[in-house]
Design a binder for this molecule. Structure first.
Ligand code: IPE
Ligand code: IPE
Ligand code: MG
Length: 241
């Protein structure tokens, strides 16, 4: 990356990792093969993100709507998460990464939940990149959860004051609550698919035709370079205009 772009590194990057199935099918393979390659690619992209200086990376791995897929695919993905998280934890610790899972983990198997807990505990002291894996995550579900938590606090004697935007953010999953600076979607579709609805309010959007298993170092660099050239106005006008 050119040095003049260094100051414009996005702090929170979110990625909709799409296209695993199509990538596999294009080579005459079953969808699961694409998910496996996709999981391997996560490691590469996480490493690159840390090198670039991205502080927070939130990766969409399984949406609240993905349960609609065949039992075969869902079970495959759940087993993949389990193996992957287990194996990856040691590397995360070595790379000083603090890892979290955001989403409703109560619907996941006990084995997977235990592995997630172990990963979160062992990486809690990480001071480098904050990595969020969104599993059984939905933006609407997160907002409903936030509203329930706020309501419960009010019922428990909390003062019903005027709720501010900052208050709302306090009820989201803490590690992914920060505003997203750059949202990337791979795989050619141009939609949000229920990801981080609150947090993407002023995100720059980068859509890539590249399918997730092939979205590597150079592709991430291109997305970050796109961000560096965006003029972020947040509703105001350019200074001097
Ligand atoms: C994204 O790839 C991974 C998950 C949603 C789990 P897809 O499985 O959606 O791949 P395509 O979009 O069908 O190619
Ligand atoms: C979004 O991809 C969810 C993840 C990448 C985990 P989908 O493939 O599920 O999204 P749609 O169905 O094409 O919108
Ligand atoms: Mg898809």
């Amino acid at each position: 990356m050119k040095s003049d772009e260094m100051s414009a590194v996005p702090s929170h990057v979110a990625i909709i990792m799409d296209g695993n199935g199509r990538w596999a099918q294009a080579q005459g393979q079953v969808r699961g093969y694409g998910h496996k390659q996709g999981a391997a690619n996560v490691k590469e992209v996480v490493r690159c993100a840390a090198e670039i200086g991205i502080q927070r990376l939130t990766l969409y791995a399984f949406s609240t709507e993905n349960w609609r897929r065949s039992a075969l695919e869902v079970n495959f993905l759940m087993r993949l998460f389990s193996t992957y998280i287990d194996e990856y934890t040691r590397e995360l610790v070595a790379e000083n990464i603090q890892a979290h899972v955001v989403g409703d983990v109560s619907a996941l198997s006990r084995t997977l939940r235990e592995k997630i807990e172990r990963m979160e505990e062992l990486t809690a002291a990480g001071t480098g990149l904050v990595l969020n894996l969104a599993i059984n995550y939905g933006g609407r579900a997160e907002l409903v959860r936030a509203m329930r938590r706020y309501a419960a606090e009010c019922l428990n004697g909390g003062q019903i004051e005027e709720l501010t935007e900052a208050d709302v953010a306090r009820y989201l999953y803490p590690s992914a609550a920060a505003d997203v600076d750059l949202l990337i979607r791979t795989g050619g579709e141009r939609r949000i698919s229920n990801f981080l609805l609150w947090q993407v309010s002023y995100a720059e959007m980068y859509f890539s035709e590249v399918l997730w298993p092939e979205f590597g170092r150079d592709e991430l660099a291109k997305a970050v370079s796109y961000f560096a050239h965006c003029e972020r106005r947040f509703g105001a006008v350019k200074a001097g205009d």
